[in-house]
Design a binder for this molecule. Structure first.
Ligand code: PLP
Length: 292
């Protein structure tokens, strides 16, 4: 049974809320959602105090760092998605990294190695499988050779791709620097982010005003996603959308989620495209704010 933890205006996990709830769980599933990285030093200290194992969901932070540490290297497991919209793309698939022999042996068995685990070239020593080989089911989540072959050249390109995303991010961010009513996300210096998407807040705006901004931008060709709609659309589900898991209301987080506007920054956008996108958003937000 999951216990949901809130989000801050910086779009990272709320460490006060985590501290308050930490004793209710054994594992923290930390999602670096949309590439925003919390103060990992503070988080890992907290995890240690409360004996929480940290699993990092790095679906949006492959290639990013907190300080000098790669995203995915602080927790006990780092998970990376290679689905179409991620930093490396094999259509579907993903991988995890971990230095714990037993966890890795279990993961290899789970992935569907059958009794061929000894052939895994990056696996733990064969003895690590003894305790788990007959008690771990096969869920067939193997990384196949074809996908691996598609991904490996992309890993070599990753640094350049990340720089290209960040160039686009900075153009959009600059373009939105002076817009009344629009809150940009402050990013700490230690956060070496990879911005394959851009978020801003329309904090405390009414639903009607936000919908109006989205419609105005869409009419000019800029499609924005909103995390505040009562019903999830596309990728915008929230904790209260997941009715299969019980949750208690988190009013502080709800206020933030209500204001989160989101868009991808595909590398097919040129820097000029990004400047135009930012100009359109800036004009439409300003126009709506003036009317309100
Ligand atoms: C933040 C985040 N975590 C996890 C996933 C799941 O990745 P996959 O679809 O490869 O299982 C996604 C996928 O879209 C994601 O955006």
């Amino acid at each position: 049974v999951p216990v949901f933890v809130g989000v801050t205006e910086g779009l990272v996990i709320d460490l006060d809320d985590l501290a308050a709830k930490a004793d209710q769980a054994d594992v923290l599933m930390l999602s670096h959602m949309r590439g925003h990285i919390v103060d990992m030093d503070a988080l890992m200290d907290l995890a240690q105090v409360h004996n929480l194992k940290v699993i990092e969901d790095c679906a949006h932070t492959m290639g990013a760092k907190w300080g000098d540490t790669w995203s995915g290297r602080a927790g006990i497991i780092g998970c990376y998605s290679c689905q179409t919209y991620k930093h490396v793309n094999s259509g579907e698939g993903g991988l995890l990294i971990c230095e714990d022999d037993e966890i890795m042996a279990r993961a290899i068995m789970l992935s569907g190695s059958y009794m061929l685990y000894g052939k895994h070239r990056a696996g733990p020593p064969i003895e690590a499988f003894e305790a788990v080989r007959l008690v771990t089911p096969n869920i067939s989540g193997r990384m196949d050779n074809l996908r691996a072959a598609i991904l490996r050249p992309q890993l070599r390109q990753l640094e350049a791709q990340c720089a290209a995303w960040n160039d686009r991010y900075h153009v959009v961010d600059q373009g939105l620097a002076q817009v009344a009513g629009l809150t940009r996300i402050k990013r700490p210096q230690q956060e070496k982010f990879v911005a394959s998407s851009y978020q801003f807040l329309l904090l405390d705006w009414s639903s009607a005003a936000i919908r109006s901004v989205l419609a105005r931008c869409l009419a000019r060709g800029v499609e924005l996603k909103w995390f505040g709609a009562p019903d999830p659309v596309g990728f915008t589900s929230r904790y209260d959308s997941w009715t299969y898991a019980p949750s208690s209301a988190m009013p502080k987080s709800d206020r933030i989620l209500h204001g989160v506007i989101d868009m991808r920054l595909p590398l097919t956008f040129s820097l000029d495209d990004c400047a135009i996108v930012a100009r359109i958003i800036a004009e439409e937000v300003a126009q709506e704010a003036k009317g309100a």
